[in-house]
Design a protein around this ligand. Structure first.
Ligand code: ATP
Ligand code: MG
Length: 323
């Protein structure tokens, strides 16, 4: 039983939350910087760090004031992410833990995404297979027990979320690309263009998304195209690859449970297909915990605390931390 304050600042969201027992969110605040970075078409690292610094104490204050229960530990994202941005959240967490004499728990950002699935109505049990689909990662991970992970497949180039962002830019749709493409695709025909499903016949669980983006680019260079049709056809191909590979992974590992997490887990087509086409018990985070947030970091921090995996004050941010 513990109440953990979670701090996420790896990219362009300052996420602060208080979570009880790794599953019950008592408070959750997110300050998104999307509107600030939008004009640049992507995240500007220096601006991101400065924004985190500006808002972090106010957000922590806000969640602490809204919860009566005492805090047992402070968890924060150690990496991967942007160096300056990570530094803000991690330093803040260490300072709080030091002054309050509480355990400090560093968390891997992708482990955080994984634990966002524990914040839903149905909590997964180990072992399970995980499909992580975010702005920087596309991975199939075998999770036999908490904090023991085996990466079965990953992307050779772009991540799936990154491909949504890049294709949105080609289509002049607003950043972030995932939600814009999903919206534009509603009125489009997913069969209008036959975009490639890369590596579908390879026997491995590797992904590749850069060819799909290039195929969209070449199609657009041919002449005027209907944006909704391109968006729908791209989305269909991007999600289809995920289904092909996850079916293969389930077959190979005989997995009974599947966790799908990361920003792209908010995609409605993916959610619909994952819940209807697979013969496994599926665990999806609620929409608001798909993109970066502090609650997922607190949930992972709770589990680390239970397993005695706390950090010390010499822990430093690591932009390329491995799982
Ligand atoms: N409805 C959606 N459909 C498809 N993609 C989406 C949707 N909503 C968000 N995304 C994508 O999710 C990504 C953001 O997710 P997330 O916050 O998990 O990524 P990140 O933190 O930048 O990367 P990582 O977690 O790998 O470090 C963006 O690429 C965005 O386009
Ligand atoms: Mg993320």
């Amino acid at each position: 039983m513990s109440v953990v304050l979670g701090i996420e600042s790896s990219c362009d969201e300052t996420g602060i939350a208080i979570v009880k027992n790794g599953t019950e969110v008592l408070a959750n605040e997110i300050a998104s910087q999307i509107d600030i970075h939008k004009v640049f078409g992507g995240v500007v690292p220096e601006i991101a760090s400065r924004q985190h610094t500006k808002i972090i104490s106010q957000l922590v204050d806000q969640v602490l004031k809204s919860v009566d229960e005492p805090i047992d530990a402070i968890a924060a994202t150690q990496g991967p992410g942007l160096m300056g941005a990570l530094m803000v959240g991690l330093s803040f967490a260490k300072a709080l833990a030091y002054s309050w004499k509480l355990p400090f728990v560093p968390v891997h950002h992708i482990e955080g995404h994984l634990f966002s699935a524990f914040l839903g109505e149905k909590v997964p049990e180990f072992p399970f297979l995980a499909l992580i689909v975010s702005g920087g990662h596309t991975q199939i991970i075998q999770c036999d027990q908490a904090h023991h992970y085996r990466i079965l497949g990953t992307t050779r180039d772009d991540a799936v979320g990154e491909s949504f962002d890049k294709v949105a830019r080609l289509l002049d749709l607003p950043y972030p690309g995932g939600p814009s493409i999903q919206k534009a695709a509603v009125d489009g025909d997913p069969r209008a263009f036959d975009f490639p499903r890369a590596m579908r016949h390879k026997g491995n669980l590797e992904f590749s998304y850069s060819g799909l983006k290039t195929a969209v680019l070449y199609t657009l260079q041919e002449g005027e195209k209907d944006v909704a049709d391109v968006a729908a056809s791209f989305q269909a191909a991007a999600i289809d690859i995920l289904l092909i590979k996850i079916k293969q992974a389930i077959h190979q590992t005989s997995a009974q449970r599947l966790v799908v997490a990361g920003g792209v887990a908010a995609n409605q087509l993916l959610r619909d297909r994952i819940t209807t086409e697979l013969d496994v018990d599926v665990f999806l985070p609620p929409f608001k915990y798909c993109i970066d947030n502090g609650a997922m970091i607190a949930a992972a921090g709770h589990s680390r605390l239970e397993h005695g995996l706390t950090g010390d004050f010499s822990t430093t941010p690591n932009p390329s931390l491995s799982l």
